[in-house]
Design a protein around this ligand. Sequence first.
Ligand SMILES: [Zn+2]
Length: 376
Amino acid sequence: MALPTGRAQTAPVRIIRPGDRGPEVDDVQQRLTSLGFRIDAYELDGWFGPSTESAVCQFQRRRGIPSDGLVGPDTWGNLVEAGYSLGDRTLYLRYPPSRGDDVAALQGALNALGFEAGKEDGIFGERTDRAVREFQRNVGREADGIVGPETLADIQRLRRPAPGPSRALVREAEALHTMRAPLVGAVIAIDPGHGPEEPGASGPGGTVEAEAAYRLATALADELAARGAKPALLREADSDPPASARTKLANELGAAVCVAVHTNHGDPTAEGATCFYFGTEGTHSPAGMRLAELILASLTSGLDLVDGRIHPLAIAILRETRMPAVQVEPCFITNPHEERLLRDDGFLHRVAAAIAEGIARFLGATQQRAEERPAG
Ligand SMILES: [Zn+2]
C-alpha cells in the first residue's frame, strides 16, 4: 500500500516507547494498521499502550529485527520500507540506494526470471541495477536501468505464463555467481561483535562479550591465514565502529564471505551453538543459509556443543553485506560452564578451526559445482 506523499520519511530523533503520546505515536500506529497489525481503538489517538507495543513486537519479529517493542531508528526504517509496494514509485540506482519492500519484490521477480539480482535485501544496489539492465536488454527495451510502469509491465507479462526456475536453481545460480573462489587467497571478513563502547552481554564470572568475540575473531583469523586465506577483521581491539562502517568495509574488501562473531545470552541453563543468516518472513539468502548450516554442523560435530540451530535475522551485518554472511554464536556467555570455555584458548582455537572448516566446505563445494557446470 502506498503511503500518502508528503508524509515525513525521516526518522524521529528519539526512541518512541510504551507510555508515549503524540503525533509520532499516531504516525507509527497508522503505519502498523496499514500493514495489517491490530491496535485497540482507544489507543489509536496516539497513545503507545499495550496493544501498540504488541503490534510493534509482532512487526519486529516479522521483519527479523530484535523484538524489543521500542521504535528506534532500525524499526522506524523498517516501517517506512514495509510501506512500499512494487509500482508505488520509480526505482533506479541512486545514492544513497532506495530501500523498501518494493525493491525486495523486484529482486525476487528478477531472480525468479533467472536474472541474478542477488540477495533479496530490499536495497537497490549495483547488482540489482545490472540485473534490471540485463532484463531490459533481453526483452528488447532500452537498457536504462529505470524500473517504471513499462519495465514492471514486462516483468508481470513474463511472470504469468511460466512460473520461472525453482528456488533451487536460483540458489545454485547465486552460489555459482558469488563464490567461485576457493579458500586459498579468498578474503574472509571477520566482524568481532560489539566493542568498548557497547560491550554486549557479560557472564556471571565477569567475561565481557566484546572481548570474548575479539579473542575468538583473532583465533579464526589465525586459522584462516594458516589455510591460505586472507582474513580481515572489521574492527580493532579498542574500536567500536557502527554497523554501517563494518558492512561498508566488508563490501570494499570484496570479501568472499563475512562472519560476525558474538556470544549468545539468556538464562544460566541456556547453552549451545547458534548461527544466523539473512532472512525475513518473506525472503532469505540461500547462500547465507547454506554457509550457516555448514558452520553449525562443523561446530556441533567437532565440539561437544548443543545444536542451537540456524535462524534468519535481518540485522545490518547480514543484510547490507553483499557477500554470503553469517553471525556465529558458539556458546552462551551467561552459562557458567560455557563462560569458562570462552576463557580457554584451546577451546577458542577448536571453535575457530570448526568455523574455518565450515567456510572451506562452503567455498569448496561451490568451486566443485562451478567446475562441473557444462561449458556454455
Ligand atoms: Zn552480541
